[in-house]
Design a binder for this molecule. Structure first.
Ligand SMILES: Cc1cc2nc3c(=O)[nH]c(=O)nc-3n(C[C@H](O)[C@H](O)[C@H](O)COP(=O)(O)O)c2cc1C
Length: 373
C-alpha cells in the first residue's frame, strides 16, 4: 500500500498526499515583491499537478531582508489583492499553500535602500562577505515583530499555513550558528542564547496567527560547516519547537558555503545517495511528536515510498523536480513509477536571475531539439 497518497491533516490544513513542493524562489515578482500573473500561473500548475502542499519561495518580511531579484515581499498590505488572487487560484485547483517567511540577514541585497544588511554580529562568510551591521536589541525586537506581521498578513490573504525559514544560512540560521553569532548578550554565546531569537520569532508568530493555524519551520539540522550549527544543537531546537507547539518541521541542511553539501546538491549517482538528509530527519523524528518533512535530493518513487514506509519522515519535500514536472504527483498517482526527470544541475537558477523567472533549462533544450530549432 502506497503511503504517498494518504490524506492527512496538519492543524486543520488538509493535505491530499504526502508530497510537498519545498520552498523554491521563482524570481517572478516585481522589484518591490508584488506577485505577478506569471507566478500565479506557476502555482496553478503545481496545484493542478496534485502536489499535497505548495510552499512559496521565500518571502521577505522587511525590505532589507530581500536577497535574490523577483522575490515575493510580505512586508506591506499593498499586495493584498494579488496575494488573495494567488491563494484563490490554488484553492480553486484543490491545492494547499504555505508562505515561507524569511529575512536573509547578512546575505541580503540592500542596494537602493540606503542601508547595510543587518546580521547577528556583523560577520559574513565567504559567499556573503558583507559588510553588515550587528543588530541592536531594538532591531531584534522590530525584526521579531516583522515576522509576526508577515505571518498575520499571510493568514489574512488565505495562505493555509506559514513556514519559518530557519535554514540555508539566512537570518534565523545566522543566530543559531556560532560562526555568525558572536554576540555577548542573551542572544549569543550558549546554545540556549543562540536559539533565543528563533524561539521568540516562533512565539510571536504563534501569537499573531493563533493556536488553530499551522506554523511550520524549515530547519537546518546541520550546516555542514566547520564551527557552524551541528546536529546535536539543531535536534534539541527541534525538540523545543515541538514542545512549544510547532506544527511540522522540514529537515534541511547546508549553506552556500558548505562545499558539496549545499542545500541543493548535485546529481545522486545511485538511489542510495538520494534523500541526503534522511538520517538527520530520522534523528529529529525520534525526539518530536509533530510531523517531520524531509527535503534534499529525492528523485525515485521507491526511495520516497521507503522513507515514508519505514517511518523516516511523514512528508517528502522536493524543489527542483517540480520545476521540470509540476505534475509529478499526478504522474505518480496515476501509477507512473519513473523517477523525477530532474538532473539536479541547478541550471534553473540562471533564468531566475536573468530572464524574470526560473524554468528547467534541460527541459527547454529538449523541447527545442524536438521542435528542430
Ligand atoms: C531555484 C531554487 C530556489 C530555491 N529557493 C528556496 C527558497 O526560497 N527557500 C528555501 O527554503 N529553499 C530554497 N531552495 C532549496 C530547495 O527548497 C531544496 O531545499 C533544495 O533544492 C534540495 O531539494 P531538491 O533536491 O528536491 O531540489 C531553492 C532551490 C532552488 C534550486
Amino acid at each position: 500500500m502506497s503511503h504517498i497518497f494518504e490524506r492527512t491533516v496538519i492543524n486543520g490544513m488538509v493535505l491530499e498526499n504526502r508530497l510537498v513542493r519545498s520552498a523554491t524562489w521563482e524570481g517572478m515578482c516585481t522589484g518591490e515583491g508584488r506577485p505577478t500573473e506569471k507566478l500565479v500561473s506557476c502555482y496553478r500548475d503545481l496545484a493542478r499537478g496534485g502536489v499535497g502542499l505548495i510552499v512559496t519561495g521565500y518571502a521577505y518580511v522587511r525590505p532589507d531582508g530581500r536577497q535574490l531579484p523577483g522575490t515575493m515581499g510580505i512586508y506591506t498590505d499593498d499586495f493584498a489583492d494579488e496575494m488573495r488572487h494567488l491563494t484563490d487560484v490554488v484553492h480553486a485547483e484543490g491545492g494547499s499553500i504555505a508562505m515561507q517567511l524569511v529575512h536573509t540577514g547578512g546575505k541580503a541585497n540592500t542596494a537602493g535602500l540606503d542601508c547595510l544588511p543587518v546580521s547577528p554580529s556583523g560577520i559574513g562568510l565567504a559567499s556573503s562577505p558583507g559588510p553588515s551591521v550587528a543588530m541592536t536589541r531594538s532591531d531584534i525586537e522590530s525584526m521579531i515583530a516583522a515576522f509576526a506581521a508577515g505571518a498575520a498578513r499571510a493568514k489574512e490573504y488565505g495562505f493555509d499555513a506559514v513556514q519559518l525559514h530557519a535554514a540555508h544560512g539566512y537570518l534565523i540560521n545566522q543566530f543559531l550558528s556560532p560562526l555568525t553569532n558572536r554576540r555577548a548578550d542573551e542572544y549569543g554565546g550558549s546554545v540556549e542564547n543562540r536559539r533565543r531569537f528563533l524561539m521568540e520569532v516562533y512565539a510571536a508568530v504563534r501569537q499573531a496567527v493563533g493556536l488553530h493555524y499551522p506554523v511550520l519551520i524549515k530547519l537546518n539540522v546541520d550546516d555542514f560547516l566547520e564551527g557552524g550549527l551541528i546536529g546535536e544543537e539543531a535536534i534539541e531546537a527541534a525538540r523545543r519547537l515541538d514542545a512549544a507547539g510547532m506544527d511540522a518541521i522540514e529537515v534541511s541542511g547546508g549553506t552556500a558555503d558548505s562545499g558539496e553539501r549545499t542545500p541543493a546538491r548535485g546529481r545522486a549517482k545511485s538511489p542510495a545517495e538520494e534523500g541526503y538528509h534522511r538520517e538527520l530527519a530520522r534523528q529529529v523524528k525520534a525526539v518530536v511528536s509533530c510531523p517531520v518533512m524531509v527535503v534534499g535530493g529525492f528523485r525515485s518513487r521507491a526511495v520516497v515510498e521507503e522513507t515514508l514506509q519505514s517511518g523516516g519522515a511523514d512528508y517528502i519535500a522536493m524543489a527542483r523536480p517540480f520545476i521540470r514536472e509540476p505534475d509529478l504527483a499526478a504522474k505518480w498517482r496515476q501509477g507512473g513509477g519513473s523517477p523525477a526527470a530532474c538532473q539536479s544541475c541547478n541550471g534553473c537558477f540562471k533564468p531566475g536571475l536573468e530572464e524574470g523567472g526560473i524554468y528547467c533549462v534541460k527541459q527547454r533544450e529538449k523541447e527545442r531539439l524536438h521542435a528542430g530549432d
